[in-house]
Ligand binder design. Structure first.
Ligand code: AMP
Ligand code: MG
Length: 400
């Protein structure tokens, strides 16, 4: 079987991802969701001409050279309680930060340059029209689109949504995900290991990796390499929108995941992807469920989840950059030549004393070597047949 390029596999997966479905969430629940309808401002911000300083609101023209040098204090405007009148020529109003600038005033003089004597105010600087005033709508205007569909909501964008007076947002409904580990040799962390047993670690990385994109991620535990045990557990897992298995994905005698999925009516593709780590990958659909069969080797499982599952989830949610964040960084040391398979090479990101950020490849490439993956901050995407790169060359990386 020929090896499938990474992009081809991703494109085949993307073809089967359903269109995003709307869900309305309140702001406190919205962090990390992806916007499906634009955030529209419901008013002008600021809603009125607002003072940017504690000081005095004046009419700049009163101070044109040769005109009055002191003006009469007639009132106060503070946040939440505006000066009700119009400022006439020769008048000044005490004003505080965020308070409405009275009609007629066109400049706020900061209090540090003001002298108040017997109800009159003079300034050591000449007032200039517009100074220290945030005009109405300066931040955003009523009806303005502030966040576009496809935006992943962050604390910063949620503060903006609140400022725009939107108590709820229309976001993409997140999928439910079921994770199932397979293997006769697997035991849960904390067990006393009998000879030839292996601790099942994959689910403990996959669940938190996928959680930010899911309504819920359920860990369905370990299925044995036994047709009926695996069938029962997979059938239960198929209640979820997305099922993620690990292990049993090769074509060995004990690798029965494919057979069981077919028996359950899953329409399935088995791919050997042109990448390392993580060659074998299964992808299938049944009704509205998507099924990803990841390799069992722990580094392969996490890397294939990062390269295929996270983009699939971003696509499901309608994110505008389904591949997620990518960086281009200079190498801290040479990158050895690649094979014909695309290499997702573990690497650390470091900030040298000079402040320049660089990426340093980790030489370990074994697909079961979990400690090097835990050390890594990023995966360098090394193209197929890359001849190797000198220190300082720019490489594309996926931050982890
Ligand atoms: P498999 O794809 O089932 O042939 O598994 C490949 C390798 O990954 C074997 O050494 C398994 O013991 C190991 N493995 C499979 N599943 C897990 C898991 N959930 N956690 C850790 N290692 C696993
Ligand atoms: Mg196995």
């Amino acid at each position: 079987m020929s090896l499938l390029p990474v992009e081809t596999a991703l494109a085949k997966i993307f073809e089967r991802i359903p269109a995003p479905q709307p869900e309305i969430v309140a702001l406190p629940e919205a962090n990390g969701h992806v916007l499906l309808e634009p955030l529209l401002a419901r008013h002008n911000q600021p809603p009125f001409n607002a003072s940017a300083m504690d000081g005095y609101a004046v009419r700049a023209e009163d101070f044109a050279e040769g005109v009055s040098t002191s003006v009469r204090l007639v009132g106060t405007s503070q946040a939440g309680s505006a000066y009700s009148g119009t400022l006439n020529s020769g008048e000044v109003v005490r004003i505080f930060t965020g308070a409405p600038v009275p009609d007629g005033a066109n400049c706020v003089m900061m209090q540090e340059v003001a002298t108040v004597t017997e109800g009159r105010v003079s300034f050591s600087e000449l007032p200039k029209a517009g100074k220290s005033i945030r005009p109405m709508g300066y931040d955003f205007a009523d009806g303005e689109a502030l966040l576009a569909p496809g935006t992943r909501l962050t604390p910063y964008s949620l503060a903006l949504a609140a400022a725009a007076n939107a108590p709820t947002l229309t976001v993409a409904r997140r999928p439910t995900i079921a994770v199932l580990s397979t293997g006769d040799e697997l035991v849960l962390p904390g067990a006393a290991l009998a000879p030839s047993q292996i601790v099942a670690s994959n689910a403990f990385g996959l669940v938190p990796l996928l959680s930010p994109f899911a309504q819920a991620v359920a860990d369905h535990g370990i299925a044995r390499d036994d047709f009926s045990d695996l069938r029962g557990k997979l059938e239960a897992a198929l209640e979820a929108d997305i099922v993620v298995t690990s292990g049993g994905a090769s074509v060995g005698d004990h690798d029965i995941v494919q057979d069981v999925l077919k028996d359950l009516g899953v329409e399935i593709d088995f791919w050997r992807i042109n990448m390392r780590p993580g060659k074998p990958l299964m992808f299938g659909t049944r009704g509205k469920s998507l099924i990803f069969g990841l390799p069992g080797n722990p580094v392969s499982a996490m890397v294939t989840a990062t390269v295929f599952l996270l983009p699939a989830l971003r696509r499901w949610l309608g994110e505008d950059e389904p591949l997620g964040p990518r960086l281009v960084l200079p190498l801290a040391e040479p990158l050895p030549p690649n094979t014909a398979r695309r290499h997702f090479q573990r690497a650390t990101i470091e900030t040298a004393g000079s402040g320049a950020t660089r990426v340093r490849p980790i030489s370990e490439t074994d697909s079961g070597h979990t400690s090097s993956l835990a050390q890594a901050h990023a995966l360098i995407i090394q193209p197929e047949n890359d001849p190797g790169q000198p220190a300082g060359a720019l490489v594309e990386v996926i931050p982890l």
